[in-house]
Design a protein around this ligand. Structure first.
Ligand SMILES: NC(=O)c1ccc[n+]([C@@H]2O[C@H](COP(=O)([O-])OP(=O)(O)OC[C@H]3O[C@@H](n4cnc5c(N)ncnc54)[C@H](O)[C@@H]3O)[C@@H](O)[C@H]2O)c1
Length: 276
């Protein structure tokens, strides 16, 4: 039995035009999963389409803004028409702005929560409805204890576990705490349909988001490196095993309502004094 065989399944992955979302899409693609990407960028990196021939799967790209519930519902309906099913939803689209708490702007609060919280909520809700419709067509409205209908993974952050003096991101951190806050109640409500719900909290990982931050604050990555137990920050591929595990019912079928933290030990120790 291959615990990680996802052939015939479809995953909706937000934010997978690049960065962690793309790494997550590749992890699922490597197990044979078809991939539907929702991202605001006009086009994804070529690496997304290369997954099709590399793993003999189908990849479709849906450009859209997850802060619009109307757009999200239209896209998810289109995904169901295109793929006939949704089994997995990973919510990796996110934004971060470094802004001191004392001067955080209303625009930053609005945008950060609109994308990270509302957007993840809208996409997960629409995907969950598609999963529940499939459940009802297969099982009627009767709770079935052994159903494995689907999996939803929210992307939270190390920021909700430990604060780094390298950044001033109270607004982002609050938004990710809200994302993490959805996990337990949504897991409870969806369990009767055989849907598991978890979040993954990445530590500092080198992506375009991190490169943008590094351009503005050159010492940032140096400090993050000093904060992990290995003296370096993570690579997107170092999160791939975890996402594949979370999304494979045969591997993690008993895991729901939890946050999985992958941070190279950054939250496990008292960091050495960093002089600013
Ligand atoms: N990189 C890290 O160190 C790190 C650490 C902890 C958590 N995270 C989280 O992981 C996730 C992915 O981060 P990343 O580093 O890959 O960032 P990234 O900026 O490289 O990728 C984020 C993607 O989200 C998309 N996106 C942004 N707003 C959108 C919207 N309104 N609608 C649709 N798509 C939208 C972007 O176009 C982009 O492709 C984010 O939620 C981030 O908060 C990242």
């Amino acid at each position: 039995m291959d615990m990680y065989d996802l052939r015939g399944k479809t995953a909706v992955v937000t934010g997978a035009a690049r960065g962690l979302g793309l790494a997550f899409a590749e992890a699922l693609a490597s197990a044979g999963c078809n991939i539907a990407v929702v991202d605001i960028l006009p086009k994804p990196l070529d690496a997304l389409y290369e997954l099709q021939s590399k793993y003999d799967i189908i990849v479709k790209y849906y450009q859209g803004d997850i802060t619009s519930q109307t757009q999200v519902q239209e896209i998810v309906s289109q995904v169901v028409r295109d793929f006939e099913r949704i089994d997995i939803n990973i919510n990796a689209a996110g934004v971060v702005t470094d802004q001191a708490f004392l001067t955080t702007s209303p625009e930053n609060i609005q945008r950060t929560f609109a994308v990270n919280v509302n957007g993840s909520f809208f996409v997960a809700q629409a995907c969950a409805n598609a999963m529940v419709n499939r459940y009802k067509s297969e099982h009627g409205n009767v709770p079935t204890k052994n159903a494995t209908t689907g999996t939803i993974v929210f992307i939270a952050s190390i920021a909700t576990h430990i604060v780094s003096s390298a950044q001033q991101i109270s607004c982002y951190t609050a938004s990710k705490a809200a994302v993490k806050g959805m996990v337990k109640p949504v897991a409870m409500e969806l369990s009767r349909y055989g849907i598991r719900v978890n979040s993954l909290s990445p530590g500092y990982t080198m992506t375009d988001m991190m490169r943008d931050l590094q351009n503005r604050q050159p010492d940032l990555v140096k400090q993050f490196e000093g904060e992990t137990l290995f003296g370096r920050i993570g690579l997107p591929q170092e999160l791939q095993g975890a996402i594949l595990w979370l999304c494979s019912d045969r591997a993690s079928g008993w895991y729901t309502g939890q946050d999985l933290l992958l941070d190279g030990g950054a939250s496990s120790w008292k960091h050495p004094v960093i002089s600013n």
